[in-house]
Design a protein around this ligand. Structure first.
Ligand SMILES: Cc1cc2nc3c(=O)[nH]c(=O)nc-3n(C[C@H](O)[C@H](O)[C@H](O)COP(=O)(O)OP(=O)(O)OC[C@H]3O[C@@H](n4cnc5c(N)ncnc54)[C@H](O)[C@@H]3O)c2cc1C
Ligand code: FES
Length: 506
């Protein structure tokens, strides 16, 4: 039996692209922080419009959620068309759906223009239910999708190897290989006065004229800056209150009797999503789900439940990869894209829920338009300055009560240990040692890494993520490495290193 890889299928089958880090001072028209699908879409649109762009990336191209996705390209909102219409009105819901359809068109267009070998395919999508008593809801969803301009019909036999009670079939959606696509976008962006710098973690930008973005070994001055970092990256800000971090899981598995080449998602809570991984191996499926709020679930347990789901629905022959990544759920269900309130030259794109490949592409297109002085109608719908009291209030209160609860509950989350020998190799745990709460990890070589568990953003306690070997913050989704270095999210600094003190008390 071969080992199951914890890296995503996209990392295993694509070539993650790296560029050298920034080591000097540079000037650009626009600085973009983050080389995921949002940042690179904005960068290429701006470059095509004659702007000089600099992209700063902490890791490698696509190393964030874009490399951990399941890569369905669809125009349908996570909350459903009916709810989107009822919360935002038909006109705004149409703008959002049209923006997502235009995003898929843009990906197809660039794939054709630059002859990108990223397995882009137009396929139908099916939203299905296994429960006959929920069919009525799907009929409403089908009507609502049509009102938003999506070609939708009710379908019975959708080709899954298990019983479904019925489905809505949406035409003309798509799938692709996100890492291969991003590598090609990056190659278009880099050069001719524009540049991408990897391994270049940016500090939160200083707004002004120019804006200044510092990295460890260089800095960028620019007329404007775009935060394409998935979650907002502005210290403690209003965005923290308006989004909640979630974790979702995907497995890649060979199955007998694969379904047709289409996108599938069910109506469970949390829902499951399935697609073929590529065009050459019909039996290789990507099956996702088991979402939970960051820091609230146990990663191995979530993966077990996803595997159980997969084995109960498909004839699984071999598991190849299993991975997880984060997404950010906005309180009112609609992303926040546009100029940051109270700042003059800082723009943000965040809160994409589980559909950020199309929202991220739409955001890149919209931000490029805004920076060139255009004001497309979609801008008002997604503006961070909007406030939809009815749509947002209930969720906002629920999520923030939850954040408040973390501040209290987490004070007691660590196990008491009397010796560091109680920590096995490759084990991470919150512990109380000699009366002090600590986040401790022993690596595979036996070295101990001990940090303060207090998140440097707003003081919540981090939780151990045993799948990705990270410390995750349940409050706003900040993530640190096992040794406490910040990886992404709102935290401005690494976790405080307590290793020397801990070693002294051994
Ligand atoms: C398991 C899972 C499955 C999903 N499936 C789908 C799907 O099927 N379809 C869909 O449309 N969406 C899906 N999504 C959502 C989608 O993947 C994301 O919304 C999307 O990839 C976000 O793209 P992004 O460019 O905004 O962010 P990212 O891809 O996360 O890019 C942000 C980049 O910013 C960098 N960065 C962060 N901080 C800094 C800093 N300080 N300095 C420099 N760089 C920094 C990060 O390293 C990262 O590379 C899924 C999400 C998950 C978790
Ligand atoms: S990310 Fe906000 S407190 Fe940790």
């Amino acid at each position: 039996m071969h080992a199951i890889s914890p890296r995503s299928y996209w990392f295993e089958s694509g070539e993650p692209r790296e560029y050298p880090p920034l080591t000097t001072g540079v000037h650009a028209d626009v600085a973009i922080i983050g080389a995921g699908i949002t940042g690179l879409t904005a960068a290429l649109r701006l470059k095509q419009a004659g702007r000089r762009v600099v992209v700063l990336e902490a890791g490698c191209v696509g190393g964030g959620a874009t490399g951990g996705t399941s890569a369905h390209l669809d125009a349908l909102p996570d909350q459903g068309c009916e709810k989107l219409i009822s919360d935002f009105g038909e006109s705004a819901a149409r703008q959002l759906t049209a923006g997502r359809q235009a995003a898929i068109d843009q990906i197809e267009q660039w794939t054709r223009d630059f002859q990108i070998d990223c397995d882009f395919r137009r396929v139908p999508a099916f939203a299905y239910t296994e429960a006959a008593d929920r069919l009525n809801r799907l009929h409403h969803e089908c009507d609502a999708a049509r009102r938003l301009g999506v070609q939708a019909t009710m379908a019975r036999d959708i080709g899954l190897p298990f019983q479904s009670a019925g489905a809505v079939r949406f035409e003309n959606q798509a799938r692709f290989h996100p890492m291969k696509y991003l590598a090609a976008l990056a190659a278009q962006v880099h050069g001719d006065g524009s540049a991408i710098y990897c391994g270049s973690r940016a500090e939160p930008p200083e707004d002004g004229e120019p804006v200044i973005v510092a990295t460890p070994h260089g800095r960028v001055t620019a007329k404007q800056v775009l935060l394409a970092t998935h979650s907002a990256y502005l210290g403690i800000s209003q965005f923290d209150m308006r989004m909640a971090p979630y974790q979702s899981y995907v497995i890649a598995a060979h199955v007998a009797e694969p379904p047709p080449d289409a996108l599938f998602w069910d109506d469970a809570d949390p829902y499951h999503y399935t697609r073929r991984a590529n065009s050459e191996e019909p039996s290789l499926l990507l099956i996702g789900g088991a979402d939970h709020k960051t820091g609230h679930g146990d990663a191995p347990e979530a993966l077990r439940s996803l595997e159980e789901y997969a084995r109960s629905r498909f004839r699984v022959q071999a598991l190849l990869q299993q991975w997880s990544s984060e997404f950010f759920e906005p309180a009112d269900g609609v992303p926040l894209i546009g100029k940051v309130p109270m700042r003059n030259n800082t723009y943000v794109a965040t809160g994409f829920s589980g559909t950020g490949l199309t929202y991220g592409t739409a955001a890149g297109m919209l931000l490029a338009d805004l920076l060139q002085g255009a004001e497309p109608p979609l801008a008002e719908v997604v503006s961070p300055a909007r406030f939809k009291p009815l749509a947002a209030a209930k969720e906002l209160i629920r999520e923030n009560v939850d954040v408040a609860a973390r501040f209290v509950a987490d004070r007691f989350a660590g196990d008491k240990i009397d010796s560091w020998d109680e920590l096995a190799p490759d084990e991470g745990r919150l512990v109380t040692f000699e009366g002090e709460q600590l986040a401790a990890y022993r690596d595979e070589q036996g070295r101990l890494h001990v940090c303060s568990p207090v998140c440097t953003h707003a003081g919540c306690h981090v939780h151990w993520n045993g799948l990705e070997k990270t410390w995750d913050c349940p409050c706003h989704g900040g993530r640190y490495s096992a040794a406490g270095e910040r990886i992404y999210g709102p935290p401005p600094k690494d976790l405080e290193d307590k290793t020397p003190v801990a070693e002294g008390r051994r």
